[in-house]
Design a protein around this ligand. Structure first.
Ligand code: SAH
Length: 475
């Protein structure tokens, strides 16, 4: 299978930027061993005007037949199938393995290139297009909204000697975009190849939701076919598709939320009238972090505008700080608050911000000594909390996890909060101490952690404090 990717020079971006962004030297032929075959990379063309990379994927059919689980309904499938000859999910996996740095939008030598739009062309040969639509109709539905000029060449009949066998599903697809970043283009084809093929060579689990949301981050939530793409990408697993679509909707809402309604612009203290409760809460979390036996690397999930990050930054004992939030608006504020643009090189390595979600697993959350979730869980639908806790305690597995959330028992003491109402209009729930503690204990048992609880704020003898905090520690 062959994928060719070309950059054409523009006044903003010379074609040669492509090789820097791909981290592949134009004078070298490079080969990579993959679990399912070999990938070869070379540049058939490298001029001032145009730079072209070819990615040739050679899937090993013998290996494939050995690796395929026998399916009683398809005895011959491991031996007789189209996978070594078509552009399928094997190609997507190859893109992520071999061009992973470009796919994740990184370029060490020239970081500014990653966000500079380029004039790019990509050709995918022998792409299987399976659907009730004509191939061109389907391809247009997927790629036209992303701004591509599309050309297709259909292979024709499956076998001219046997017209009754019908048309081949294979198409050569040529896409061209005059203003797109390399990361965007790679993400589009990474996601849409298996969507067109309606197949994947591996088992689809919750991790696949993470991949879809990561690679669909900048475009999928506004794509008119987002539901269809999501369902096909997740192999029609309804539960996973529902989760992904909920996250995409959240993303869209975030984009559409007027500034004044941003939850960080209406600070939590609107109802929590006690002065500086928010500040006291953050200080107590900081104090708890520092009292834990290991606290070198901290991840603040749902970091908002970065108030806790700022406190952590002032603590020399903390070596690495990562702030993650689903809201780009909040992250921009955090970036300003922490003056990220003015940090020294060393400091910019120490503290980083990432766009991500509590609900999908991301390697960035692994290796943390402590993860903090300060006033975040109540912003998530209760039905989605198991995904959040799997991410935190089942996947990221920090030594400690700190969670704070409102204590609903205390609500009756707020004069300006009528009975039955929650403190903030974005809260999906507010739990009593009994509910929160029971939930935490179940989570701790599930993931082999122990858990302790602390009140945060003004302690009422019967109703507890405004905020409740759980500290989980790995057993
Ligand atoms: N921890 C901060 C902000 C709390 S407000 C503080 O105490 O100051 C709740 C934050 O959670 C918001 O910034 C919101 O964008 C973020 N959030 C909501 N859902 C999220 C999700 N699924 N993943 C990550 N962050 C999320």
């Amino acid at each position: 299978m062959l994928l060719t990717l070309s950059a054409l020079s523009t006044p903003q971006a010379p074609a040669s930027n492509l090789s820097f962004l791909l981290h592949k030297h134009p004078d070298k032929l490079q080969s990579f061993s993959l679990p399912f075959g070999q990938a070869h990379l070379f540049y058939p063309e490298y001029s001032d005007h145009q730079c072209t990379l070819s990615l040739l994927l050679d899937v090993d059919p013998i290996n494939l037949s050995r690796a395929t689980n026998p399916n009683p309904n398809q005895h011959l499938w491991p031996y007789v199938n189209d996978r070594p000859y078509v552009c399928s999910s094997f190609m997507s996996t190859t893109i992520s393995r071999v061009l992973g740095t470009a796919l994740s939008g990184n370029c060490k030598s020239f970081p500014e290139y990653t966000s500079t739009p380029m004039h790019l062309k990509v050709s995918l040969h022998n792409l299987p297009v399976h659907s009730g639509h004509t191939h061109h109709e389907l391809i247009s539905k997927l790629f036209a909204p992303l701004g591509y000029h599309i050309q297709t060449q259909h292979t024709g009949l499956l076998n001219e000697r046997f017209p009754a066998w019908g048309e081949s599903p294979l198409v050569d697809l040529h896409l061209e975009h005059s203003s797109i970043t390399l990361q965007e283009l790679l993400a589009h084809i990474y996601v849409l190849i298996p969507v067109l093929d309606n197949n994947k060579h591996y088992f689809v689990s919750t991790q696949e939701v993470s991949k879809l949301l990561r690679h669909g981050d900048s475009w999928l939530h506004t794509h008119p076919e987002k539901t269809w793409i999501t369902q096909r990408y997740l192999k029609r697993q309804t539960r996973l598709a529902k989760l992904a679509l909920q996250e995409l909707q959240h993303h869209k809402d975030e984009d559409n939320t007027p500034q004044t309604k941003d939850i960080n612009q209406e600070p939590h203290t609107t109802i929590e009238t006690t002065k500086n409760l928010h500040q006291r809460r953050l200080e107590q979390v900081l104090h708890t972090v520092l009292s834990l036996p290991s606290h070198h690397r901290i991840v603040d999930m749902g970091c908002g505008e970065g108030k806790l990050l700022k406190l952590l930054q002032n603590e020399p004992a903390i070596e690495h700080i990562v702030g993650i939030d689903v809201s780009t608006t909040s992250l921009q504020r955090a970036q300003r608050k922490l003056r990220m643009d003015e940090l020294s090189y060393k400091e910019s390595q120490r503290i980083t911000l990432h766009h991500g979600s509590l609900l999908y697993c991301d390697d960035i959350t692994t290796n943390a000594d402590v993860i903090t979730l300060v006033e975040v869980i109540e912003h998530i639908e209760e039905s989605l909390l198991p995904f959040a806790m799997y991410h935190m305690l089942g996947f990221a597995k920090p030594n400690h996890l700190i969670i704070t959330t409102p204590n609903a028992d205390y609500n009756s003491l707020f004069e300006n909060l009528s009975a039955g109402h929650m403190r903030h209009n974005d809260h999906r729930f507010e739990w009593s101490r009994k509910t929160f503690e029971a939930w935490c204990i179940t989570q701790a048992e599930t993931y082999n952690y122990s858990v302790s609880f602390e009140p945060v704020g003004d302690l009422h003898p019967e109703l507890g404090a405004q905020t409740q905090m759980a500290v989980f520690s790995a057993n």
